[in-house]
Design a protein around this ligand. Structure first.
Ligand SMILES: [Zn+2]
Length: 1032
């Protein structure tokens, strides 16, 4: 489980009003049921007293189908918000205002250590253990720059009480043992803890996590920006921890910080869902709040005093080997301090304004900064950021040449002036409000969590969370303001951008010796620490290291923790009714769902006729096909139409393994889109234009899109390195794995880098239409629609027209690989429509070890093993085995002992059993930990409880809520029916110890396994000397 650090969260919140992240699920169409939950909530009245709390306010929020109830705890002053809503996926969250004044990472290390054991639950690491004793749909903890949040969600009432009890005890009564601090924070320890003569080194989970986090240049930039834009208080420090400041933190300081910050008087509780509020209040009061008295907290964040004149700063970073253009690796942004985020309407206005200025090809900053191709893309911090007490707006580029800095600054200045002069077209404002409407209607699978993050920052500074939920009020007020003053938005730009002297120009450029400097700084710090040690200190360190290792290796008794049982798992799956039909001769799957009036349209197009040499181009084709213009629309008009008429329209490459055969798979591209019912004809018209007359005539436009994609891929590696390592490790084990590496692996990253480096893109422009000919063809298509009953029936008619529209003059192509096989789309009608899969009966899996040397201070390690596909009887046993090995062995070896951020094993539908580690200080040693995991499993050192826990943990994923827009998708894409899922479910429940021993022996044992290995990481002498590795 990864715990997010502040910058990730900051990014989330960055996009939050750009993408209002508000979405939810509902159990049924029953608006009546929603009203019922609301009615129950209405029984509360202001002034009412319940279990030590007083109700302050009860407000219906019809736009989100919920009722908000605000309360205060009388004795401690703790604040509470409940959102009553007809949604079984209930959420709890408690957040504390944590405002560090140094960069030792104290709130972050505290976040980790409170989860290491508490008074009532003194076992080690109850948090991770609960993952295996619960059916939670989410469990995590976040450290933001000014608060720390602990959320979980579950659909089971008993589970909710269990988790609530563990969470309350963890945050209010943690053990905070010295040993927990060493393990999670930092410690000096012998490199080999068993060898007193091995050198002393820094270890610790957060220490390594933060080294890894700052290997991501985008995060590094975001961190510097916040520190320098608000230099006078808590935002000037790194709440997650500056790696070399972390070793200045003491255990005493950690305990102090807990006592002053994790107190009810400094806490905000949020609950969401259909469970009764009273039960929550009772439990929270009894188990925690009644044991405290009110204190005066001292965590308020003062406003940043405004600057008299603008500032300019420069920082450095490590060069990026994957950068699309090695000569252009600088980032430059201008950031403006805005108003207080607790002013809800102002914040709403400024985030809309930010989207108007920056988002999409019609936005003025996009035209002025992106299209001249001075940089590769906007910097990731661009836009409105409401994650600090006073918000900010940033604008600028990444991937620029250092000498272009002045040019960028000038353009920004000129663009601000021209926005003030000409404002925005009405149509763009309407498009944005339309987008907001769609985002409010779209239902995601964890709405409670989306709400918790949405209100967290403003509430943290005593903003009114209920105000924030009433989005319709803000929209109304916005329309009124625009009507009263047509220059409303321009005046804001004048005030906040033009006349604002609190602005920072921050540039970041690569320094070739950056990593070396970091290494020597760490060595210096280490030497200082060691120089201060006496001989007896060193002996002490050695002994403590051994004690920690012993504690980590001891079999742990978790019996103090509450748990669900395997019998609490619902025995049968709720069936999703699907209707198979045809529209214009093309197979169509209809799924009627309570979608709030949205229609989700998808189409899968086979790639079977595509020549091999074009395959590398498919991801690029997908990312540009909806962005180049079509028919009579140029790309700007196309973007405008898409914003006015649809929620989104995108295309993505697909490699879908067959559920029955390892060497069979489907290759294709998936079109995905959504719109309001009334706009379906318009949306299909747009798709038809894309099918019939896409525009591939503008090399300049293509260059912009190529640079953006290449930059995004290069930036993604440090966050998703384990995915790249797994994809590579599996790439020669199955035919599907090979294509997956081509589409999604390091091969693709390198290919896009080559394309980005080409001085002339005309050959690429000539290649893309060749792909189109093979793809957008009704003959090898199938479609799916998720909509309300009315929307679904209307969509059939629209799709008929659409198919007629695109069916003309299509050439027939023969499949390039002769080995194709047909699978019926509907298992109940095997003579009906089919899909065509590729079968490679001559495929020979190969063993390969690949090392990618990258400029990171940490590794991503993976080993993949070829096993069996989804419908095989051993598949369920392998799933349970992977989960159990992760929780009971690999987590301890790779994270606790090895110091990696994460690691484990997982079984994937394509039949590959994969081990992985994430942000790992070790490389080849971790491979041997994988091997030890297999030995551990084979030696039967696990209990029935371990098996049951693995099953529970799997079911919390298997039964996690599916949004109405995604129902039926596993049948549509993979052909996995509810019946097959039910069979898999039964197999999972019945997995025995013997099954586990058997599959570990037969599939994972050296000698009998077929496997591949891959590592992404820094220069590695051991691997370089070993000829069995392929170094890339
Ligand atoms: Zn962390």
């Amino acid at each position: 489980m990864f715990r997010q650090t502040k910058t990730v969260l900051a990014k989330l919140q960055n996009v939050r009003l750009k993408g209002l992240h508000l979405s939810w699920r509902r159990r049924s169409t029953a608006a009546a049921a929603a009203a019922a939950a609301g009615e129950k909530a209405h029984q509360y009245t202001a002034g009412q007293q319940i279990h030590g709390f007083t109700v302050k306010e009860v407000v219906a929020v019809p736009e989100l189908f919920l009722t908000a109830i605000k309360l205060t705890h009388d004795r401690t002053g703790a604040q509470y918000l409940h959102a009553a809503r007809d949604d079984p996926n209930n959420l709890f969250s408690v957040q504390f205002r944590t405002t560090p004044m140094d960069s030792t990472g104290v709130p972050h290390i505290l976040e980790h250590t409170v989860l290491c054991g508490s008074q009532k639950y003194p076992c080690r690491d109850p948090f991770f253990k609960m993952l295996n004793r619960s059916l939670c749909t989410f469990m995590n903890a976040f450290t933001a720059s000014d608060y720390t949040m602990y959320p979980f969600s579950t659909q089971n009432a008993k589970d909710f009480q269990n988790l609530l009890s563990v969470y309350l005890d963890a945050v209010f009564f943690p053990c905070l043992r010295e040993q927990d601090f060493w393990q999670e924070g930092w410690r000096l320890e012998n490199e080999d803890p068993a060898d007193a003569s091995s050198p002393l080194v820094f270890k610790g989970v957060v220490f390594n996590e933060m080294k890894g986090a700052f290997s991501d240049n985008e995060r590094l930039y975001a961190q510097h920006l916040q520190n320098k834009l608000y230099p006078d208080h808590t935002y000037s420090v790194v709440s997650g921890g500056e790696p070399l400041a972390i070793p200045d933190l003491t255990w005493e300081q950690l305990k102090d910080f807990h006592a002053t910050h994790y107190h009810p008087s400094n806490a905000r509780f949020f609950t969401y869902g259909d469970l009764p509020l009273e039960q929550h209040l009772k439990q929270i009061d009894q188990e925690a709040l009644s044991k405290f008295e009110r204190i005066q907290t001292n965590t308020r964040v003062p406003s940043q005093p405004p600057w008299a004149s603008p500032r300019e700063e420069r920082v450095t970073c490590s060069p990026d080997a994957m950068a699309p253009d090695a000569a252009r690796q600088s980032t430059l942004c201008v950031s403006y301090k805005l108003g207080d985020i607790t002013d809800t309407f102002e914040a709403f206005t400024l985030s809309l304004l930010s989207a108007l200025m920056t988002s999409g090809p019609n936005a003025p900053f996009y035209k002025a900064l992106i299209e001249p191709k001075i940089g590769t893309d906007f910097s990731s911090v661009v836009g409105y950021d409401g994650s600090t007490k006073e918000a900010s707006f940033s604008i600028g580029l990444q991937g620029i040449a250092e000498c272009d800095a002045d040019k960028v600054k000038n353009i920004i200045r000129q663009t601000v002036d021209s926005i003030i002069e000409s404002g925005f077209e009405d149509e763009r404002i309407e498009a944005l409000l339309h987008k907001t409407e769609i985002q409010m209607k779209h239902q995601s699978s964890n709405f409670g969590l989306a709400l918790a993050s949405y209100i967290a920052s403003s509430w943290n500074h005593d903003g009114d969370p209920v105000d924030l939920l009433q989005i319709n009020n803000s929209i109304r007020e916005f329309r009124r303001a625009l009507q009263e003053n047509p220059r409303f938005l321009q005046d804001k730009v004048q005030h906040y951008l033009k006349e604002n002297s609190h602005r920072l120009t921050l540039s970041m450029s690569p320094d070739d010796s950056y990593l070396d400097k970091q290494v020597s700084a760490e060595e210096r710090k280490l030497r200082e620490k060691i120089a201060a040690l006496s001989d007896s200190d060193k002996k002490d360190i050695y002994e403590k290291g051994l004690q920690l290792l012993a504690a980590q290796s001891k079999t742990q008794d978790a019996s103090c923790l509450p748990t669900l049982k395997v019998s609490d798992i619902a025995p049968t799956l709720a069936v999703t009714p699907l209707h198979m039909t045809k529209a214009g001769g093309v197979p169509l799957q209809l799924c009627e769902q309570p979608t709030n009036g949205l229609v989700y349209f998808r189409a899968m197009c086979s790639l079977n006729t595509l020549p091999e040499d074009l395959k590398l181009y498919v991801p690029l084709f997908c990312s540009v096909i909806t962005k180049m213009g079509c028919g009579s629309l140029d790309y700007r008009q196309q973007a405008q139409q898409m914003e006015l008429k649809t929620g989104d329209m995108s295309v993505s490459p697909q490699v879908i393994p067959d559920c029955a055969h390892m060497d069979v798979f489907e290759q294709g591209v998936l079109l995905s889109s959504s719109c309001l019912e009334r706009n379906l004809a318009d949306m299909l018209q747009l798709w038809a234009e894309i099918f019939n007359s896409p525009r591939f005539d503008d090399p300049e436009r293509l260059r912009v899109l190529v640079m953006m994609s290449a930059q995004e891929l290069a930036n993604g590696i440090s966050d998703a390195g384990h995915i790249y390592a797994m994809t590579r490790a599996g790439h020669l084990l199955t035919p599907a794995g090979e294509l997956l590496e081509t589409f999604d692996g390091m091969d693709q990253v390198k290919f896009m880098k080559r394309i980005a480096e080409m001085s002339d893109l005309t050959p690429v422009l000539r290649t893309l239409p060749r792909i189109k000919k093979h793809l957008l063809n009704p003959e090898n298509m199938r479609c799916a629609v998720n909509a309300t009953p009315q929307g679904a029936s209307e969509s059939v008619l629209h799709l008929e027209n659409f198919m007629t529209d695109v069916a003309d003059k299509r050439k027939r192509f023969k499949a390039v690989r002769p080995n194709v096989i047909q699978r019926p789309l509907d298992v109940d009608n095997i003579s009906g429509a089919c899909k065509t899969l590729v079968a490679d009966s001559n495929f020979q899996p190969c063993h390969m070890k690949t090392f990618f040397q990258l400029p990171f201070p940490v590794n991503f390690v993976s080993e993949s093993i070829r096993t069996v596909p989804y419908s095989h009887k051993d598949y369920a046993s392998l799933c349970v085995l992977a989960r159990m090995m992760t929780a009971k062995f690999l987590h301890g070896e790779i994270r606790e002992k090895g110091g990696a951020y994460g690691g484990g094993a997982k079984m994937a539908g394509g039949g590959l059993f994969s081990f992985y580690s994430y942000r790992d200080p070790n490389s080849v040693q971790t491979l041997s930990a994988f091997g030890k995991g297999v030995d551990w499993a084979k030696s039967s050192r696990f209990t029935q409880q371990d098996i049951d826990e693995a099953k529970l943990s799997i079911f919390s994923a298997v039964d996690s809520p599916v949004a109405p827009s995604s129902k039926g998708m596993s049948v549509f894409l993979s052909g996995i029916t509810d019946e097959m899922k039910q069979r898999h479910r039964e197999r999972l429940v019945h997995v025995t110890r013997e099954n586990l021993l058997d599959v570990a022996e037969r599939y994972l044992t050296l000698g009998s396994k077929t496997y591949g290995v891959s590592i992404l990481g820094p220069e590695n002498d051991a691997i370089k000397k070993d000829p069995s590795w392929v170094v890339k």
